[in-house]
Design a protein around this ligand. Structure first.
Ligand code: IMP
Length: 191
């Protein structure tokens, strides 16, 4: 069980939609000579971004998924990255775009990039909706980033806290309640 919390909007649904459209334009320009782009989504946080992104891409795309270990019910990374579910298809000689929700310490993305590069794709690029540069422990940066955010725990647009709040259409920061169940002037809901 998580502590009570409230969610405060950080990035609106409209701002996300505008940014996703821009990023799709850049991706399409970069891969303009590609006859097939394989989108590799990291489960589960990237599923909403992928759904929006692929509909903005006017090109031949295939979608595959990789599941890596995540935070579980915690708010801090264990730094240990394990592959829980591998791709269904081959990527050797293919153009690949890895889609991640957040780059935080960077352990997950760097591990996944090394894992996939070992399969010799023709080209491999990365996109992350959010980046928390102040938290970085591994020297890695996605090719494309939607928004840089401060060191805050966020939810929404596919991103969860203990599996909750993935369905919010916006990105919100999580404010944990104090011992009285209060967050500023607001009373948090029990979660
Ligand atoms: P990293 O390996 O520390 O870069 O962590 C990346 C993963 O941690 C992301 O794919 C998310 O699943 C998770 N994560 C990092 N920050 C947050 C957050 O603010 N909210 C929810 N999940 C997060």
């Amino acid at each position: 069980m998580t502590r009570p919390y409230v969610i405060v909007e950080l990035i609106s649904a409209k701002a996300i939609a505008t940014r996703v459209e821009e990023l799709a334009g850049e991706i399409q320009a970069t891969f303009r000579n590609t006859d097939k782009l394989i989108i590799v989504g990291l489960l589960r946080g990237s599923f909403v971004l992928i759904a929006d992104l692929v509909r903005e891409l006017d090109m031949n795309v295939e979608v595959d998924f990789l599941e890596v270990s995540s935070y579980g019910n915690e708010m801090v990374s264990s730094h240990e990255v394990r592959i829980l579910k591998d791709l269904r298809g081959e990527i050797e000689g293919e153009d690949v775009l890895v889609v991640e929700d957040i780059v935080d310490t960077g352990y997950t993305l760097s591990h996944v990039v090394r894992f996939l590069q070992a399969r010799n794709p023709r080209r491999l690029e990365t996109i992350a909706l959010l980046d928390k540069p102040s938290r970085r422990e591994v020297d890695i940066c996605a090719t494309w980033t939607g928004f840089e955010i401060p060191d805050e725990f966020v939810v929404g647009y596919g991103i969860d806290y203990a599996q909750r709040n993935r369905n919010l259409p916006y990105i919100g920061r999580v404010r944990l309640a104090d011992a009285d169940g209060k967050v500023g002037n607001e009373v948090a809901e029990e979660s």
